[in-house]
Write a protein of this length. Structure first.
Length: 145
């Protein structure tokens, strides 16, 4: 997608990103999600981006640099990627991920992790197309409620 502009996420992008997320999940994101997004506009660990086409925000990627996970000094963590449902499948998510990978590489970070629900075939296919594969780690969960 040649007319796509990728840039770092700013506080001014929050409402547009919330609107995209709401369109994807078909409801308003919760307050904790919104606070997480706002945190990614100004923390040093955050490495998040928006994609714009014709002046409109059409996608986002929320990522960060983690220090010390999995016995590593540092790694990248791709927390979420979202694209306006109107233009999904047109390369926006791929362009956002490539920008994320480039910025990680510039920081000397070579490993990137993410997590996907087993039943999310479309997201599994998306990440597989980006070169992700199973890692040596297994996500574990414990419910404490």
């Amino acid at each position: 997608m040649t007319d796509l502009f990728i840039r770092p996420l700013t506080r001014g992008d929050v409402d547009d990103v919330i609107a995209i997320q709401a369109a994807i999940i078909r409801r308003q994101p919760g307050q904790n999600w919104v606070m997480m997004l706002q945190d990614h506009t100004h923390h040093d660990y955050a490495l998040s981006f928006v994609a714009q086409k014709d002046g409109q925000t059409v996608g986002f990627l929320v990522g960060e640099v983690k220090i010390g996970p999995f016995g590593q000094e540092h790694c990248g963590w791709l927390e979420m990627v979202g694209v306006s449902p109107k233009i999904m499948g047109q390369g926006v998510g791929q362009a956002l991920a490539e920008r994320f990978f480039e910025d990680l590489a510039e920081r000397g970070i070579g490993d990137v992790f993410t997590s996907v629900q087993w039943h999310s075939g479309d997201m599994l296919a998306f990440f597989k197309a980006l070169g992700f594969d199973r890692s040596n780690y297994i996500n574990l969960q414990k419910q404490i409620r």
